[in-house]
Design a protein around this ligand. Structure first.
Ligand code: SIN
Length: 296
């Protein structure tokens, strides 16, 4: 199938036009889309004006890997604020629409800080495929940043400070501030120690693996020293010149690679409906960049 590629920004994102992803695609087209996603788009590929039901979205997603699940049950059984009917489904809703007073999807309202999906799991889902069905008139945009570029733009001083280091990634539903681990015990939330710089399994490139929402503590440092370095890093991970902001229309499908990009959502009015469907593909344990040297 012939399609054309249109860059969305200098650093990240490419749009494929002329392809109907609700239909079966031949192997050559899938390979070309994968190249566009991984190389032209640096981990972000978008399609507009699509019409996808849940099964068609799953079928498209499965062309790029094994359908992924949730991060697994928590060690404790605290009441969940946002558990909707589709919470554990492979096609999960992201929505602020409420039924019987409870959101029907996850990540329901307003702003969402920059994060890598599921970096708090040992084997995070590799990629997310988000399809829009209803969008607010204003706001609710999704911003993406290129984590290869974030790493490459770091000064030598910061690269040295994080070389070979791991960071504690943790998350528990809070969307627009970092969870306070002095109040919530880390054992009660999903968490994992991850390399601060990873080696991407497909491109072999180094990418920064820290984000404002989920990164809590650099190993071996005091909280204050760790916070100081993380804050410096965020000036690179969230820099406008490595960012693309997506303004949604119904019928958009965005697929992003969680190892080489971060994303965030802008605020939107609570009176407006936003309805998205998310399917993911599973991943492997994250490869630390320092294993590049060991591998030669
Ligand atoms: C997500 O982080 O998966 C949701 C992004 C969005 O709602 O725009």
């Amino acid at each position: 199938m012939d399609f054309t590629l249109h860059p969305l920004s200098p650093a990240i994102g490419v749009e494929a036009r002329g392809v109907d992803i609700s239909r079966p695609l031949d192997a050559q087209t899938v390979a070309a889309l994968r190249r566009a996603w991984q190389h032209d788009g640096n981990g972000l590929l978008i399609f507009r004006d699509q019409s996808l039901d849940k099964d068609q979205q799953r079928a498209f997603c499965s062309l790029f890997g094994t359908i992924g699940g949730r991060a697994g049950a928590l060690p404790t059984k605290r009441p969940r604020a946002f558990e909707g009917p589709d919470y554990n489904s492979e096609a999960m809703l992201v929505s602020n629409i409420r039924e019987n007073g409870k959101p029907i999807g996850v990540l329901p309202d307003g702003e969402l800080w920059f994060h890598h999906d599921m970096c708090y799991a040992v084997a995070p889902n590799r990629a997310s495929f988000l399809y829009s069905m209803e969008v607010p008139k204003t706001g609710g945009d999704t911003m993406f940043c290129n984590m290869y570029a974030a790493y490459e733009n770091l000064p030598a001083r910061l690269r040295d400070a994080i070389e070979g280091k791991r960071v504690l990634q943790a998350f528990d539903e809070v969307q627009d501030r970092r969870l306070d681990l002095s109040v919530v015990p880390v054992e009660d939330v999903k968490h994992a120690w991850q390399p601060m710089v990873l080696r991407h399994p497909e491109t072999g490139r180094r990418a920064l693996y820290v984000n404002r929402l989920m990164s809590h503590l650099i190993e071996g440092l005091s909280q204050a020293d760790s916070d100081g370095i993380l804050e410096e890093l965020y000036a690179y991970t969230e820099a406008p010149e490595i960012r693309y902001t997506h303004k949604w229309r119904p019928g958009d499908l965005l697929m992003w690679d969680n190892l080489c990009s971060i994303h965030a959502r802008t605020d939107f009015p609570s009176t407006e409906r936003r309805l998205m469907r998310r399917v993911t593909i599973s991943g492997e344990p994250v490869i630390p960049a320092w294993e590049m040297r060991a591998a030669g």
